[in-house]
Design a protein around this ligand. Structure first.
Ligand SMILES: *Cc1c(COP(=O)(O)O)cnc(C)c1O
Length: 366
């Protein structure tokens, strides 16, 4: 049987009754858009993170985009982030008219190298946008100090870090606002698209609610600043509520998969993921590194095991961002690791036998 890097069907089989009940609940509720389920999910998701507010939106890209706009980031502003991220982080910055500025990443965790951030600050810098990539957090204390010293806002991209912790704090509770995606593969995934932006700042919350609803305060139907239609779907919200109550279990399942990889692959020359001090990793992805990456992926195909690379093209090397002017070699760590990293299958319902097959195949190939 083929093993893919991600598969939701085993989970659906075990949760089918609850998922279908969620759909039925919404269809019977009499309110298909911005009803009880979105309202309840927003309350529960904010409470999970210990923040005051959550605004559900239609996807993670818009969670970043509306987050930036609600924090006052727009045309002419610079946003410091990384190139080793999912393209939507940067697409969202571009969409609000701001300019992404990339810092290189650390060679051990592949996350933002916060020591390089201060040198990237200019008079136009308005926002720091750390991406808690693969399931663990960027070192936040230095960013918080820089933000305070330079009057910047922090927007966390938490699309890969639901439930991750950093020195005891939850991913998403540390910045001025934080953006989440509920794309099906994510640690908390919907059965379709979804996203949310969370914050404890009431002004930011009100701006977010307007921005996702054409720019209107719902009750008055007057557009002050034109916004978007970026509402979280009621059916997805009800499914997400059900799944949020199981989030800690999903995370425990991912950690068990990671522990089996670490044990089975110890002693090989595969570089396994490292968890930075103070971090509790949720393993959205299990990213390993090897100089013969492409060969290994090819060889595993023969075993019907299909792996992914997240991400093969750093954003600054994509043709759509050529205008930003990053020459090859400008982010050496990011560029080097893009040629060597790959992701092993990772999801909580990954059958143990499949994982053993993957480990055995890897041991042969290595
Ligand atoms: C998935 C992801 C996004 C975008 O989320 P969508 O729901 O697919 O729009 C943004 N940032 C990161 C880091 C992601 O992994």
């Amino acid at each position: 049987m083929a093993t893919r890097v991600w598969d939701y069907l085993p989970e659906y089989e075990s949760e089918r009754a609850d998922i279908l009940d969620a759909v039925e609940t919404v269809f019977r509720s009499g309110q298909l858009v911005l009803g009880e389920s979105v309202r309840s999910f927003e309350e529960e998701f904010a409470a999970y993170h210990g923040v005051r507010h959550c605004v559900g939106v239609d996807n993670g890209t818009n969670a970043v985009k509306l987050g930036l706009q609600a924090l006052g980031v727009g045309r002419g502003d610079e946003v410091i982030t990384v190139s080793n991220t999912a393209a939507p982080t940067v697409v969202a910055i571009d969409a609000v008219g701001a300019t992404p500025v990339f810092t290189d990443v650390r060679a051990d965790t592949y996350l933002m190298n916060v020591e390089l951030v201060e040198a990237a600050i200019t008079p136009r810098t308005r926002c720091l946008l750390p991406v808690h990539l693969y399931g663990q957090c960027v070192d936040m204390a230095p960013l918080e100090r820089l933000a305070a010293a330079h009057g910047l806002v922090i927007l966390e991209d938490c699309a890969q870090a639901h439930g991750a912790r950093h020195h005891g704090r939850t991913a998403g509770s540390m910045g001025h606002a934080a953006a989440f995606s509920f794309y099906p593969t994510k640690v908390l995934g919907a059965y379709g698209d979804g996203g949310a932006t969370i914050t404890s700042d009431g002004d930011v919350e009100r701006a977010l609610r307007r921005l996702r609803y054409y720019g209107m305060e719902q009750t008055y139907y007057v557009v002050q600043t034109p916004g978007h239609n970026a509402r979280l779907d009621e059916v997805q919200a009800e499914i997400l509520r059900r799944k949020l109550s199981r989030l800690d279990r999903y995370i425990a399942g991912r950690r068990a998969v990671a522990a089996r990889y670490a044990e089975g692959l110890a002693g090989t020359d595969l570089v396994l993921p490292e968890t930075a001090a103070g971090n509790e990793h949720v393993y959205y992805l299990y990213v390993v590194r090897h100089p013969r990456r492409d060969e290994i992926i090819q060889a595993l195909h023969a075993f019907d095991i299909h792996l992914n690379v997240s991400y093969p093209w750093p954003v600054h090397t994509m043709s759509g961002f050529a205008h930003l002017g990053y020459a090859p070699g400008s982010l050496p760590v990011t560029e080097a690791l893009a040629g060597e990293i790959f992701s092993l299958p990772m999801y909580p319902s990954l059958p143990v036998e499949s994982q053993e097959r993957i480990i055995t195949a890897l041991l042969k190939v290595l």
